[in-house]
Design a protein around this ligand. Sequence first.
Ligand SMILES: [Zn+2]
Length: 398
Amino acid sequence: MIRAALALWLLLAGPLAAQGFAGLARIDPAASGIADAGEGVSVDLALSQPVPYRLFTLIDPMRLVIEFREVDFTGLIAADLLRTGRITDLTFATPRPGWSRLEATLADSLAVTQAGLAVDEGTGTARLTLQLNPVAPDRFAALAGAPDDPVRPDPTLSAPVPRDGPLVIAIDPGHGGVDPGALRGDVVEADLMLRLSIELAEAINRSGTLRAVLTREADVFVSLEDRMTIARAAGAGALISLHADALDDTVTRGASAYTLNAEGVDRAAQRMAERHERGDLLTGLDLTGQDDRVASVLMGMARADTAPASARLADAVIDGLRSTNAAVNSRPRREGRLAVLNAADFPSILLEVGFLSNATDRTTLSTADGRAPIVAGLTTALQDWAATEAALAGLKRQ
Ligand SMILES: [Zn+2]
């Protein structure tokens, strides 16, 4: 989880991004601070405007590095910000044109457990907040390292792991980090989907017949491509991406399962794609090459195999949700050209578990009790689906 936070570009998805940057951002020392917080340390930086940034840690000595594109540090000194003894030094530099680097020397092994950049729509200012918590020194060492520029893990490099254990199901909590997904009041899609995903992963692992892996385990931004890489590296036999978006209307509710269809794109799927590909596009990741590569390498070969299995998975999921009386949309099966499904070379679906724009769904999804029928329905569905696929594979072999 922390690795994902540290190894990725965490870039801005705010409204000012499209307008370009009017001059350099500045840190307001009076409104900023690095202080003790809970078990660890919080970093709170008030920026005059949102800027792309990234985080990583280094060893010898242990340091936290925050790189911005770009911030004018003129006049800033460590004493302006430092209110904790757990960070022994703070330096400000411009290591290369266009990039500004804040380096904090850590007194002990603290790892980033949360990071987020919030933009104030009214004033146009932004606030970068990080939480660092203690980890074992060997864990710190394992996480440390500067990412390559830019970080684009190559999915073709991670060979699938042998599948001798239980079937691995990748659970993909939608959004995260600078991409919160849908927001309604204090309800945030990224948070809810993480909670639901963790509950689902626990239920799957308790089942004994399947094993779950999460594509993110904290509130961090993970690109679509990296989600696939994580799933692939874990040897996933299927991926289920969980979302609860908001629509303009407040009536639409209940779960719907999306599968990939490059040709027939319905309007709901089109809107879904617009909502979900925005995150990656705004973070500056170039998806064009990925599309081409996936198209040439994976899609042609893999889709013939995975499309029917994905469709069976989507059907099983809707049946499973009905069996536990979880709310199901009046049109629960949809198809679209969705990047998260595009990139998967294993059966994959995107499940909209409900809509934050609907009050009933919002309430249901906000409590563990409300989510329980969804978790139970999905667990049953995944077990049923896995059994069906195993039986079909057995038939094929005969
Ligand atoms: Zn979503």
